[in-house]
Design a protein around this ligand. Structure first.
Ligand code: TRP
Ligand code: ZN
Length: 475
């Protein structure tokens, strides 16, 4: 029995209860600690996110993922080894990882085979020896199969998505469990190394810097990507296929890799101009938002039809070819500060991503395209769809990426700006990214921060723009 983390009625919980009642001898036959001395309990099967209660797992904190993935585009088969380095945050008898589909061949903890149980999207590992609170450990999971896309609450497809010539993997908000086992909640960020073995002639892209690429057996090439700064698992990405890549430098020293699918030969030339603008866009955003948070940058233009939206995957956002335009590029790059470095503590805080990235588009338009943010504010204000619900309180998981989160979210920031004035607002934008760099934040963290920097109570503003149900008179 290793699935007691879900029922909460473990034999050990019974023993604890019995001990509390002074009945331990009667019920359990003894109260002596087990050999090894640790009396662990199973880590929770979910982190109780208000929209995705099963996402993530309790009892440990991941430090590093090493994913070694071999993909055969012909059969769609993925062979993976995930080596997860973590620290126990409680005495643990067992712990969960999130994984959808795929077959687990083998699991080890600190090199010793562990018992495995699968139930839904929960994978439970029970190590031979319990893990003491504070202990660092390594969980290795060997898995295989043809990954199935994960369907979002809003009906869109994510996870591992097959294309004509390869695959694209994305994970916001729930797809990463479709291609690697992990602690798939945005609150547990970690460093990554992602190795991709694919047939010679195909390109294999992922997050961060490319550290090596070398031929291996079977006419294949293994390419290793390293994401050293913390990353939420929904921001991990893979693109495999025929791509035209370009390399360069941004911000003095940040290596840039852009790639465009070669499945449509016209796209390389058609996207070259905008891809070349990336360093300038990042420099302008750095001036607005503070230092770029990562050691790599880029963009990947994937075949149309692979996925229905662009995504801000860390250091290397992904764009369906038809969505690769300047404002979307500005939006996804702004997420590197707002979302990827400063990450929502839970999915309820999603407007901290989308409201800020949308406002970044408005600011870019004002600074560089001659369209005042006030004009964009008025357009958004007039949009009935934007008023369906308050941005800080999406009614359900299906609404996380709806107009109120983006447009009302941006309206909150414009109102804040008009209330505190440009100098304070500018300081506030840069200060927020500095204060929460590579960390997580809630809406309450942001409102408290804004009040501290503005040195005034802003309750009335939050009540109307962030939490209010009804559209106020236009200010
Ligand atoms: N976060 C993406 C953006 O840049 C959009 C997005 C992610 C999305 N996942 C989604 C949109 C699921 C619709 C459905 O705005
Ligand atoms: Zn966005």
């Amino acid at each position: 029995m290793i699935d007691d983390s879900r029922t909460g009625r473990s034999p050990r919980a019974a023993a604890v209860l019995a001990a509390a009642l002074g009945l331990c001898v009667l019920l359990t036959g003894g109260c002596a600690p087990e050999a090894g001395g640790v009396r662990g309990t199973p880590g929770a099967a979910g982190l109780r996110d208000p929209y995705f209660p099963k996402q993530g797992n309790g009892g440990y904190d991941v430090r590093h993922y090493a994913l070694d993935l071999a993909y055969d585009p012909g059969t769609g088969r993925l062979d993976g080894t995930a080596r997860i380095t973590a620290r126990a945050t409680q005495d643990l008898s067992a712990f969960n990882l999130d994984l959808a589909g795929l077959t687990v061949r083998e699991a080890r903890v600190d090199g010793v085979p562990a018992a495995v149980n699968r139930a839904g999207n929960e994978l439970t590992l029970r190590p031979r020896d319990e893990l003491a609170k504070g202990a660092d450990f390594t969980a290795t999971v060997v898995y295989t199969g043809v990954p199935e896309p994960v369907t979002d609450p809003d009906g869109s497809a994510e996870g591992w998505l097959r294309t004509a010539d390869g695959a694209v993997a994305v994970g916001e908000p729930d797809g990463s469990m479709g291609w690697f086992p992990g602690n798939h909640h945005p609150s547990d960020k970690a460093a990554y190394e992602i190795a991709l073995t694919v047939p010679n002639g195909l390109t294999a892209l992922s997050n961060g810097v490319r550290v090596s690429s070398a031929p291996v057996s079977g006419g294949r090439t293994r390419t290793v990507w390293r994401q050293s700064e913390p990353m939420a698992s929904y921001l991990a990405t893979v693109a495999i296929g025929r791509y035209t890549t370009s390399t360069g430098t941004a911000l003095g020293s940040v290596p840039v890799v852009t790639a465009v699918t070669a499945t449509d030969p016209a796209l390389s030339a058609a996207t070259a101009g905008l891809r070349a603008e990336l360093p300038a866009i990042l420099a302008r955003q750095r001036d607005r938002f503070g230092p770029y948070p990562f050691g790599a940058a880029g963009a990947v233009v994937v075949p149309d039809g692979a996925l229905g939206y662009a995504l801000e995957t860390q250091t290397r956002p992904v764009f369906p070819a038809g969505a690769f335009d300047r404002s979307t590029l500005v939006h996804e790059q702004a997420h590197q500060w707002f979302g990827n470095s400063v990450t929502p503590a839970s999915w309820r805080d999603i407007w901290l991503n989308e409201g800020f990235a949308t406002y970044a588009e408005w600011l870019y338009g004002e600074d560089h395209e001659g369209v005042p943010a006030r004009t964009r504010f008025e357009e958004a204000f007039a949009d009935d769809d934007a008023w369906a619900f308050p941005p800080a309180e999406p009614p359900a998981a299906a609404n996380l990426f709806a107009a109120p989160v983006y447009r009302r979210g941006a309206m909150v920031l414009h109102q804040l700006r008009e209330t505190v004035g440009d100098p304070v607002f500018d300081r506030l934008l840069r200060g927020w990214t500095a204060e929460r760099r590579h960390a997580n934040a809630t809406t309450a963290d942001f409102t408290a921060y804004a009040e501290r920097i503005a040195d005034r109570d802003l309750t009335a503003l939050w009540d109307v723009w962030l939490y209010g149900r009804d559209r106020p008179p236009r200010p």
